[in-house]
Design a protein around this ligand. Sequence first.
Ligand code: ACO
Length: 340
Amino acid sequence: MSIKIISIGSYVAGKVLDNHMLSEMVDTNNQWIVERTGIETRYIAEDITTEELAYNSCKNALDKIDIDINEVGLLISSTISNDTVVPSSSFTISGKLGIESAVCFDLNAACSGFVYSLAVAKSFMESTNIKYAILVGAERLSKYVDWKDRSTCILFGDGAGCTILENTCYEKNLNKRDNKVNEEDNISDKKLALELIDSVLGGKYDQNRYLTISSKLSPKDSDSFIRMNGRQIYKFATEIGVKVIEELLLKNNIDKKDVCLIIPHQSNQRIIETLAIKSKIEIEKWFVNLEKYGNTSSASVPIALDEALGKFDFQSNKGKYIIILAFGGGLSYGASLLKI
Ligand code: ACO
């Protein structure tokens, strides 16, 4: 049984807000933001809903492959900025994509949402007979940003990313005894086929309230804004990130030298540099695009994966591994292992 990522897409839209524009809104400056975070610009989707961002990233991924949309049996939308409670954004996205019937739900694990959904989808697909799953991470965090709080408003951006998974052992007709599954036949027409080997997930309750958005759907009062203790989140991310990578490699008996690419949650350049040093995995292997998008929470990993693989040398890295790493509110964390 193997689950493969067969397509990736992403989508950002709206106003590009750069550090100079922010310095006219709050007491900050380009140099401080770049030195402390690495972020230069972020997209603010003023007139676009989270579901529209999500839909467009799914379309982008679907346009790269040729599949029957009605063979999609699972759609997980990982988000903390959904437009409605019921129906959940996953149902709205599936409707827009023209899916007649699928298991749909939203998953809230903050910035780790996408990694959580990879693990959930793999285990669900392995225990049911589903051919394709769509996983989308989409956020319009700008609606929760306090534009008067310089310690947070510089960090976040809006966007969406999507991956499509295929179960290569899907059986078209379960009742037909001689229906032998040929994995190669199932994936032969796909350009991308990254095997999702394993994930390690975890979380511990944020009892000190280091990162909160208290009032989920009514951004009216100050309780609804993102509130964060940056120093503590920094500490959490740099400690847990190393642990989870080590656990994933140990569990799967993989040597660090066989990891050719790491896609970390795009929160802060300094966090990523610290993780590279502490984990002893060369900084050149860590993909970074946060300078353009800021922290897009659960969208950051699939957007980064889409961009990183766009210019990736698959041929010379055949048989090697990619690690996806995320950490965030909850406090949640997780990492996934992909084989090229
Ligand atoms: N511009 C100028 N000065 C600022 C700004 C700003 N935008 N924000 C804070 N400052 C000031 C502070 O007021 C403080 O001034 P003081 O010394 O006079 O009191 C000084 O800069 C230092 O502030 P710190 O908060 O200690 O700065 P730090 O070096 O910790 O950087 C930051 C802050 C960038 C938020 C950092 O803590 C960080 O990146 N933390 C990780 C948080 C993160 O990435 N969160 C994303 C969401 S959660 C997730 O995805 C994991």
